[in-house]
Design a protein around this ligand. Structure first.
Ligand code: RFL
Ligand code: PHB
Length: 394
């Protein structure tokens, strides 16, 4: 098989890229290792930055998001049994975020792709990217029990952190930057209406907790746990009790409880691979970088990368100019490192390090108090959380 842009991975990065290129008349083939129901059911992100929602709309994939998603104008921080709201529009000149789950973003994009008739092969596992530094890169993959080759003008490695595309960059050219955190998140889905109308980020001596939303009847909840925790070791009542304890405030109410329908543990990690381009191979999304989920940046970075890549590929197709393709890695990495900085800082602000001393605890509380009482500190958080505009991409 032959195509203009071979896309490995049908997560948010691969699916948005396929959609943007289709709209510009550029032919793509998407190959995805897993089956459709797995990709559509994988529980992950919930928060779309302002700019991400705009890109989805511009790609013609914003209709259900605008109908069923919820605009959130702030978050609540809890610490020391007190609550502090961070109001986004007043701190950022009118920006907000959209609560709309990654599962729904992927369902919408898959439906559009199949309607467009563009090839999207499920159960097609890329084995390697070959000839990335030549004029004719190829993706070797396995589909329906047979090994095949996809010949491309360009390859987009959108295959997530565990994918194969990154390995095509020669070790001598690769630089990686990494931090593993000594804790993870136990994430659950609950058939229970959200207990608070905005997301709640809680810092507690027993660890971080997050109350998020999926719909008016489904909550998404997280607890900081040791990285090697077995989710099955946590019973439902124990999870609710722990969430309630960590989110408790003076005079505050109880959480609305309901049956838990999914439980998993995610380790927290920061990771950046540089450069994000090698020859005709472009890495995008989690294939190139990981942030801890505290700042809700992962999906947004993935969409930002592919919007930048689509613009560069379209400019090249129309004018033959390679300037934007040549700038791709540096353009993305600038934004990536800002997200790494913010995600790391918010993680450190809200999580309890297992080796924290009483001095560390007081410093952390002083820092939170500064966010609660200083408008510039709050504005800094609000600006990073809602995301900076993707200049020139739309
Ligand atoms: P994905 O979503 O991992 O998709 C990669 C796809 O590639 C496929 N694949 C292959 N296909 C073919 N051949 C191979 N050899 C392949 N190897 C892999 C995979 O099956 C998959 O379908 O990467 P992408 O597209 O870069 O998207 C990144 C996001 O998924 C990720 O950054 C976010 O989910 C991170 N994240 C959050 N991001 C946000 O912006 N806001 C949030 O609120 C947020 N919350 C979260 C999160 C991630 C979490 N976990 C579980 C890591 C909360 C959690 C708990
Ligand atoms: C989620 O709803 O899954 C979610 C929300 C905010 C985060 C991380 C995850 O910071």
């Amino acid at each position: 098989m032959r195509t203009q842009v071979g896309i490995i991975g049908a997560g948010p990065a691969g699916l948005v890229l396929a959609r943007l290129l289709h709209a510009a008349g550029i032919e793509t083939v998407v190959i995805e290792a897993r089956d459709r129901s797995y990709v559509e059911g994988r529980q992950r992100a919930g928060i779309l930055e302002h700019g991400t929602a705009d890109i989805l709309r511009a790609a013609g994939a914003g209709e259900r998001m605008d109908r069923e998603g919820h605009r959130h104008d702030g978050i609540e921080l809890r610490f020391d049994r007190r609550r502090h709201r961070v109001d986004f529009p007043s701190l950022t000149g009118g920006r907000s975020v959209m609560v709309y789950a990654q599962t729904e973003v992927c369902k919408d994009l898959i439906a559009l792709r199949l309607r467009d008739g563009g090839p999207l092969l499920f159960g097609a596992e890329a084995l390697a990217v070959e000839g990335a530094d030549t004029g004719r890169p190829r993706v070797r993959y396995r589909h329906e029990g047979r090994e095949r080759t996809l010949e491309c003008a360009y390859v987009a490695g959108c295959d997530g952190f565990w994918g194969v595309a990154r390995a095509a960059v020669p070790a001598a050219l690769s630089r990686t930057y990494e931090r593993a955190y000594p804790y993870g998140w136990l994430g659950v889905l609950a058939d229970a209406p959200p207990s608070h109308d905005e997301l709640v980020y809680a810092r507690h001596d027993r660890g971080f907790a997050l109350l998020s939303h999926r719909s008016p009847t489904v909550s998404r909840l997280y607890l900081q746990v040791p990285a090697d925790t077995d989710p099955a070791a946590w019973g439902d009542t124990q999870i609710w009790d722990e969430l309630e304890r960590r989110c408790a405030t003076e005079g505050g109410g109880r959480l609305t409880r309901g049956p838990l329908t999914a439980k998993s543990v995610t380790p927290l990690r920061s990771y950046v691979h540089e450069p994000m381009r090698y020859g005709r191979l472009f890495l995008a999304g989690d294939a190139a970088h990981i942030v801890p989920p505290t700042g809700a940046k992962g999906l947004n970075l993935a969409v930002g990368d592919v919007a930048t890549l689509a613009r560069a590929l379209v400019a090249h197709a129309r004018t033959g100019d390679t300037a934007l393709l040549d700038a791709y890695s540096a353009t993305c990495l600038r934004r990536v490192w800002q997200a790494e900085r913010f995600s790391n800082a918010l993680t450190a602000l809200l999580h309890r390090h297992p080796d924290a001393t009483p001095f560390d605890d007081r410093l952390q509380l002083a820092q939170l108090d500064r966010v609660a009482t200083s408008r510039p500190a709050r504005a800094d958080l609000a600006e990073a959380y809602t995301g900076r505009p993707l200049d020139g991409v739309l």
